[in-house]
Design a binder for this molecule. Structure first.
Ligand code: NOJ
Length: 541
């Protein structure tokens, strides 16, 4: 029951994983070939970036056909085979449901712009004679768009788009659109997928005088989608992409009748802040502001993904801090965020990578690993938009990182080739051979996390030692308690923890199974090495 609570999700771009036919682009047969690797990593769920036919002006988030596979990525048969092979390995598959908008190449848009105003076909999208409506709705891609309206010379009207101008927003006030979307959903669920990441869900419906976000009408659409999922399928999951403050995001869980999961966007930058400031406050503060969520629901937590590291959920001051500490070169900045991968953000520090990963794996929620971060891949900030964090997976030190046998010039993107993060130094094959590689460390942590449902299902309670460089918390589920202690500082730190609530118990360090002295009524003393962290199972004996 509720498998998603125990999941560890691996986010993959089909395009970037393995090119099986030598055309320079990753594809489903390639991904299927690499399922053994994903299985060995230990994750039990894959989230795929969009793989539908698309002009790829937003890397597939501009869908031109909802029920097909992009020809460069393979066929529906290849997709079916991939799902079957994933399931055979007990790996679930989540795909994208991008319904706020389509590509302007979608047949619906092409028909809409040519149709009479207010006709059935025209009403699939949001049109206006002026660009002055919905003025309170912010622009999201501030680096590339100046308005949410674009004039269409064919329709002789403006159409509404919250993202790029080539991504017209569907009109969710039109019941036919809702019906179409529901059919798309059934189509993919019937093919066996285990759920969807719902892209850009806060923006489905527009109303004058509002920011056109999180409207009641939008929640109604989501409730309808959930109803359809529950009525016709079993154990399927909806994951909301809503980049909002915790109090607003929780609305997307509804009363257990909307999304099963939602990303915790505000937590993510605060993990980076806590480590840089060497102070637990950013993390404890945001988690304290996070309301309880219904029983069937779960947070999805992450350190990086395919987009820029978004700073929309921080104050202006915090944003300045993040830019100063994590994006000195203006090239690293995009929209309101930072387009860098995990390892370069952390100056390639193994200790800090392990520390942040240990937090990710032990906080409340289901962790998501972005492909390549398990081997410490780098980025290329000189490629446009967000392509620099979507470069080919680095399999070995052969030509094109072992990703493709195509001529270098035909690759969809060059692999990373710099001396630190390039595929000669950072690749799967080398790390598989080295027992103390990051990859092998990740595997070990994933095994450990999977052994303890407490991580995915338990409560979290912070312990507040006087030393604020220490982040300590107890995770409890049923009769089990896990104590996590992390040193956010780059220097060794002492800490006295009030563990009186656990007096009489014995902490057993979980990686080495080492028993520590029994907890008494007095404060419990630890010293932690630079960026060190411990996970203890508390045992009664
Ligand atoms: C959010 C996705 O994560 C991003 O990659 C995309 O550009 C926008 N939605 C628009 O679909």
């Amino acid at each position: 029951m509720m498998w998603y609570k125990d999941a560890i999700i691996y986010q993959v771009h089909v395009r970037a994983f393995l090119d099986s036919n030598g055309d320079g682009t990753g594809d489903f047969p390639g991904l299927t070939e690499k399922l053994d690797y994903i299985q060995e990593l230990g994750v039990n769920c894959i989230w795929l970036l969009p793989f539908f036919p698309s002009p790829l002006k937003d890397d597939g988030y501009d869908i031109a056909k909802y029920r097909r596979v992009h020809p460069a990525y393979g066929t529906l048969t290849d997709f079916r085979k991939f799902v079957r092979e994933a399931h055979r390995r007990d790996i679930r598959v989540l795909i994208e449901l991008v319904i706020n908008h389509t590509s302007d190449q979608h047949r619906w848009f092409q028909e809409a712009r040519r149709a009479r105003p207010h006709s059935k076909a025209r009403n699939y999208y949001v049109w206006s004679d002026t660009d002055q409506k919905y003025k309170d709705a912010p622009i999201i891609f501030v680096d590339s768009e100046t308005s949410n309206w674009t004039w269409d010379p064919v329709a002789k009207a403006y159409y509404w788009h919250r993202f790029f101008r080539h991504q017209p927003d569907l009109n969710f006030d039109n019941p036919t659109v809702v019906k179409e979307v529901v059919e798309v959903l059934h189509f993919w669920l019937n093919l066996g997928v285990d759920g969807f990441r719902l892209d850009a869900v806060p923006y489905l419906v527009e109303r004058e005088g509002t920011k056109c976000e999180n409207l009641l009408e939008t929640h109604e659409v989501l409730k309808r989608i959930r109803y359809e999922v529950d009525a016709h399928h079993r154990e399927k999951v909806l994951l909301a992409e809503a980049n909002l403050w915790p109090a607003d995001v929780v609305q997307y869980f509804g009363n257990n009748d909307e999304c099963h999961m939602a990303f915790h966007f505000p937590l993510m930058p605060r993990m980076y802040m806590a480590v840089r400031k060497e102070d637990r406050h950013p993390v404890t503060d945001i988690l304290e502001q996070t309301p309880e969520i219904p029983d069937g629901c779960q947070w999805a937590i992450f350190l990086r993904n395919h987009d820029e590291l978004t700073l929309e959920m921080v104050t202006d001051e915090e944003q300045d801090y993040m830019y100063k500490e994590y994006a000195v070169d203006p090239k690293m900045r995009l929209n309101r965020g930072i387009r860098r991968r995990l390892a370069p953000l952390l100056d390639n520090s193994r200790r800090r990578t392990e520390l942040l990963t240990s937090l990710l794996f032990s906080f409340r929620g289901t962790p998501i690993i972005y492909y390549g971060d398990e081997i410490g891949m780098g980025d290329n900030i000189y490629l446009g938009d967000r392509t620099g964090v979507r470069t080919p997976m680095q399999w070995n030190s052969d030509r094109n990182a072992g990703f493709s046998r195509a001529d270098f010039a035909t690759l969809y993107s060059p692999p990373v080739m710099d001396p630190i993060y390039g595929y000669q130094s950072v690749n799967v094959e080398a790390q598989q051979r080295n027992p103390s590689s990051l990859l092998n460390w990740m595997r070990q942590m994933i095994v450990l996390r999977k052994q303890h449902p407490t991580f995915g299902r338990g409560t979290i309670e912070f312990i507040r030692p006087a030393n604020r460089k220490i982040l300590a918390y107890a995770r409890t589920y049923e009769q089990n308690t896990i104590l996590c202690v992390a040193n956010l500082s780059r220097f060794v730190q002492p800490v006295e923890l009030d563990l009186s609530a656990f007096a009489g118990m014995i902490p057993v360090e979980m990686l080495g199974k080492t028993e520590f002295p029994r907890i008494g009524a007095q404060p419990y003393f630890f010293s932690l090495g630079p960026h060190g962290f411990y996970w203890f199972e508390l045992i009664k004996r």
